[in-house]
Design a binder for this molecule. Sequence first.
Ligand code: CA
Length: 526
Amino acid sequence: MADANNSRAPLYIRIHAADNVAIVANDGGLKAGATFSDGLVLVDNVPQGHKVALADLAEGEAIRRYDVVIGYALKALPRGSWVHERVMRMPAAPELDGLPIATVKPPALPPLEGYTFEGYRNADGSVGSRNILAITQTVQCVAGVTDFAVQRIKAELLPKYPNVDDVVALAHSYGCGVAIDAPDAIVPIRTLRNISLNPNFGGEVMVVSLGCEKLQPERLLPPGSIPIVDKRGEVEGGAELDVVCLQDDEHVGFMSMIDSVMRQAETHLVRLNARRRETVPASELVVGVQCGGSDAFSGVTANPAVGFCTDLLVRAGATVMFSETTEVRDGIDQLTSRASTPEVAEAMIREMAWYDAYLQKGRVDRSANTTPGNKKGGLSNIVEKAMGSIVKSGSAPITGVLSPGEKATQKGLIYAATPASDFICGTLQLAAGINLHVFTTGRGTPYGLAEVPVIKVATRSDLARRWHDLMDVNAGRIADGEASIEDVGWELFKLMLDVASGRKKTWAEHWKLHNALVLFNPAPVT
Ligand code: CA
């Protein structure tokens, strides 16, 4: 018993009074025979984050966590047993018919005033948290050339423009060899378009094109998609697209292409460099939240703290989006009832139905979501995972829905439909216009983006200790009894203002950990 991890008294965490299972909180888990303060004795060894039966469960009996049925016992499970995925059967997904529509009117949250950050105000009214030159690409073919040019731009030009934070090549795998007229091709195309218009790029769009690709520059960014705004803030038309086309006759030799990209880049660097941060209200934050490498603590510590922070952001008038369709599918009734209008609820149902059909085409369902790491971390199935994931959305009414790749145009809490895949969700939230990304993790992921700062929140103190230079916030203190959900929610909110202002860098920014853009392409390739 000299094990420091087990030095604390046996502790379990029950989410709801009606639950008949709880999770073991102690680092390293607990051995059979461990006795809790209420007299419950473990009859099995139970790993940390895994479930223990709080009562005798008969074969076929419903297993409840979050006051939701997360499964049915496949055999009798006496009180004190380890309840894991092999002893439970998963419930069917909720039907999409007959759902409660905008039935819950959450009490209006009091406005939160007086919070500001230092951001880059754009001509279109949006605000950037960073001042980055992004180079859009129509097709993967040009990625190597653009990367070569970006290395030289960083080495030779960027030092002359100290107010510009970075130069980023928006590389991707789309653009040719694809069924570009298939109805679903709109998803990757508008994703690329809207990422190019992300507020962190200051409206300075430049494109590198090959020439013969299916996704022609005018199709990616049609006339008028880059707004020109006059001195009074009125949109007065569309900017002409700045394109470097590698197959143009003018290019003789590789260096001619590189010179061309560098020359064009410099015209944008000059304008970006003239920009300064100014004080703007917290309502200009556009925050995307997601989780990845989740464990049973995700829904107990980090995600509830993010949910509390989501409410703070909504109260401050900001935009917050939650996503990850397969991770909210099992809680659709909670979401449709929280919709601010029937139209919002219907839009959510439409997105879920579309995704059900998409999965069905591949002969799977939402249960394909859970990973070996999720299960090792105590999450038995997608129902349990979803209940922990959905709490990131807080308690505010849901006021908007985005289809994959669409850009947010309103404030408040928005459901941005995306796959739960971390890199695809992040890419689609970039398109939706985030200027800040919050990512919770229990198993641990070093995830980061070059385009916006990513604040990472650990669900467990053990992870926060081991990954002390990768995790920005330790929500594990909630399970340790050292901080409340509200404490960590406020800490996160204030950190967001510091990070958005450039006063603090996230660990992912510090180490320059940048994951690739990964487009969601539900359409065929050719
Ligand atoms: Ca995810």
